[in-house]
Design a protein around this ligand. Structure first.
Ligand code: ATP
Ligand code: MG
Length: 408
């Protein structure tokens, strides 16, 4: 992509009420625009990153047999009344249609997916299965001050699974945990994300959160460094030691909840009367699990994790572009290099604008592509470009012929 064609610009003036680092950096670098408190629009750079995050999640959930769907986001009041959540879910955005009926914008989708599953489950032979979607959710959050970490409109991957019994749910739940570890590893968050024991509701003793250590995090977790698991402070009263090894020396840390998985049992299948016939022809309740990840919160978490005082440093797997090609008054050769790299399959942002070297370098640092490639009179005198990793201070001269391979 030629930067001269990119309709967004890097921003000098920040919205005054934006306190969080992730949103400040993403707004300044032109990844997102703030539409309102806790409401963001994704611009070309931000959309590319968000799509990459979603694609990683999609691949790993597909790998465990998840079937992707897209459910309605406008959900009739009757669905919420069936589970009593019309009255009890504080953060629901409620609205009325001109048909004299009331609706809520989807804050979560058990009230849609459960009756949907019920239309497709007859006997034990129809189970198990998992369905998921990646969709915008709406929650009337009271504290929308953490940028992308807590939006009032945000993206969620929500997976729901349906089983004949608890043992089958338990086995599936373990597979989801492994898939989540792969996802966070691929997002660059593997090293500082902990499987965290949290309160489980009525069906299971615990639910599990995936918590990424970060100063900006709202949650307090107690980490066991031997088992690499943690306990959420909200339940630590009853769990003062590591649930796996009994270690009493847990370290208190701040963290961001990037994912959350739950065993639901019959909590939703009971009110919607979702049952199956077992091999003997007897009716049995369907057992459910639900599994969330916030791709937009993950994006914010990556920015909180990977930056320096000049801007973002994207992990290669989710970077908007692999390389930022910066031409210093050498557009003729840079055009050729750009064509070479893009036809070799590299994703390149090409700064072909008429700006000073200082302005271009500052923007490249702010935007944070993993590699910067500088084409100048000086480098061309040696048939070379300067290749520098975003996180490094010094670059190296690389022959133009060797560049495409080097970037692979
Ligand atoms: P929290 O405890 O942070 O309020 P939650 O437990 O209500 O979140 P879930 O309903 O389990 O969250 O949602 C699944 C995932 O969706 C969360 O793990 C998180 O990654 C993401 N998520 C939830 N609320 C928000 C939000 N307001 N903004 C961005 N992402 C969110
Ligand atoms: Mg939570």
């Amino acid at each position: 992509m030629r930067q001269s064609q990119l309709f967004t610009k890097t921003v000098k003036e920040l919205p005054k009420d934006e306190a969080s680092y992730n949103a400040q950096a993403l707004i300044r670098a032109g990844f997102v625009d703030k539409t309102g408190a806790g409401i963001y629009s994704y611009l070309p750079l931000g959309k590319r990153v968000l799509d990459k995050i979603c694609q990683i999640i999609r691949e790993e959930i597909d790998n465990i047999g998840g079937q992707e769907i897209l459910m309605a986001a406008l959900i009739p009041k009757e669905n919420w009344q069936a589970t009593d959540r019309w009255a009890t879910f504080d953060a629901l955005f409620r609205l009325s249609g001109n048909d004299q009926r009331e609706y809520a914008l989807g804050a979560t989708h058990e009230e849609v997916v459960t009756p949907l599953a019920g239309k497709n489950i007859f006997s034990y032979k129809d189970l198990p299965f998992g369905v998921y979607q990646i969709q915008t959710k709406f929650r009337n959050e009271k504290r929308a001050k953490a940028g992308l970490l807590r939006g009032r409109e945000f993206l969620m991957k929500d997976l729901y699974s349906f089983h004949v019994d608890e043992a089958d749910l338990d086995a599936y739940y373990e597979r989801v945990i492994q898939a989540y570890f792969k996802i966070f590893q691929r997002l660059g968050l593997g090293d500082n994300t902990y499987l965290t024991y949290a309160s489980g509701g009525s069906f299971a003793k615990y639910s599990h959160e995936f918590q990424t250590l970060a100063e900006e995090g709202e949650d307090r977790i107690h980490v066991c460094n031997q088992c690499r698991v943690a306990v959420n402070q909200e339940i630590v009263a009853e769990q003062k030691t590591c649930p796996l090894c009994g270690n009493e020396k847990l370290a208190e840390m701040k963290a961001i909840e990037v994912g959350n998985i739950f065993k639901l049992g019959t909590k939703f299948s009971a009110p919607f009367e979702v049952k199956y016939k077992d091999a003997a022809g007897r009716e049995q309740p369907v057992i459910m699990g639900c599994y969330g990840i916030g791709p937009s919160r993950a994006l914010g978490t990556i920015v909180e994790t990977y930056h320096d005082d000049r801007g973002i440093i994207w992990p290669a797997s989710v970077a908007p572009f692999r390389a930022h090609l910066v031409s210093l008054n050498e557009n003729q050769t840079a055009d050729e290099i750009y064509d070479q790299l893009t036809s070799a399959g590299s994703e390149v942002l090409y700064d072909d604008r008429d700006l000073s070297a200082g302005e271009k370098f500052a923007d490249a640092d702010l935007i944070g592509c993993p590699y910067r490639v500088v084409v100048s009179k000086k480098t061309l005198s040696q048939d070379s470009v300067e290749l520098k990793k975003r996180a490094d201070d010094k670059g190296e001269l690389v022959k133009i012929d060797a560049l495409a391979l080097k970037l692979k």
